[in-house]
Design a protein around this ligand. Sequence first.
Ligand code: FAD
Length: 390
Amino acid sequence: MHKAVVLGARFGGSATAYWLHKLFARDQVQVTVVDQWALMTYRPSLVMAAAAHPPMADQWHIAMKRRCETAGQHFIRDTIFRIDPERQLVYLATHPPLSYDTLFIATGSDPGWTSIAGLSPAIGGVCEDYLARETGARMRDSFSSIALCVGPLFQSPTDSPRLAGSLDAPAFEVAFLLDAWFRKQRRRDEITMTIVTPAAVPGEFLGPKSQELLSHALAQRRIHLIANAQYDHVSALDIFFKNKRPLQADKMIWVPPYIGSQLARISGIDDGYGWIPVDEYCVHQKWHNIYAVGDISTTALPKIGHMAMLQARNAVHHFYARQHKKKPSPVQPYVLHVGWMGRGIGLLTLSDWLYGGSREFVHIGVSSALAKAMFNHSYKTFSGWLPVMP
Ligand SMILES: Cc1cc2nc3c(=O)[nH]c(=O)nc-3n(C[C@H](O)[C@H](O)[C@H](O)COP(=O)(O)OP(=O)(O)OC[C@H]3O[C@@H](n4cnc5c(N)ncnc54)[C@H](O)[C@@H]3O)c2cc1C
């Protein structure tokens, strides 16, 4: 039987496992999923935890191991140590080497906490449950300034499209949610809020209409924006730039720099920058039985969960077409994103602007927030295997 191994079980890995289950009979392909966690932390909900609601960090764990096993797939909870593409083996920390015929890699990007001098998770983060929980608790302290910072995205110079920030959307979401919460607590007038981003505009991957709406909302809510930031170093209370005056902040919340994957580097399958180079079907440019989907791939731009799910669909359909000697058709990339704006509203963007297209549907309001809440709850209820997958 054909052995398919899926590395990672968050947005990309879970959707890959779903499509393998959907397209192949159990006796055709044996699927093994590997992740260091049996429970997936659902990142889109961490912004609420960081915005002064720390218990939320523990309410968004999804039983991916159980989801895969219920579907007859194997799930190995272990740390992936190295991939040997020549011998088609995955080396794990505590299990014997795992052999594969086809490998799907969805292990994401490493956070580049050490790529800016002085920066560390202790300064404040939002991207994992333990960081969002701690950050959320700190928001209840008394302080007078906060910076929400987006780290750079260290892309290969040849990648396209270009993005300056790792992922700016969560920083805006936390800022808007905190703005609303501080107002409720009657603390807003005491607190200066600043978003810092290497991008030229807020919402750099969204499109001009959404960017304008974000700029307007920032001005209206007195949230300052420092764009085009080039970080030099960071201390507990200051951010120093190469191209701007320093910013003092009592509290900071960072979406860290994205630096690619150490696993890809040490396995010798990266593009020289830690990202896995793939074609439009997510097939590795050199190793044709390896697919990479989600944040770890060169083509996942922006690095969002929706893109990871689209790529998983693309990759498994390509694998299916290859197995059945059919002609695959690649999924055209588009951005679908809803950001919380606080005050019960959300900003929905459906756009192919980043890829040179002209489509940009934007809606700001309560129904967009409801759509996001519904998606989040469906994702949790169905453990990522939605009745209708993107
Ligand atoms: C705060 C925040 C909010 C976000 N909000 C949104 C949103 O609203 N909408 C949206 O579309 N996107 C959002 N994103 C982006 C989204 O979460 C990511 O794009 C998505 O998680 C990428 O999925 P992935 O499967 O590629 O990688 P990851 O999510 O990074 O998952 C990688 C998986 O691989 C496992 N893994 C990695 N290395 C190893 C190893 N060596 N051994 C074993 N296991 C390993 C990890 O445990 C993890 O489960 C948000 C991100 C953040 C940080």
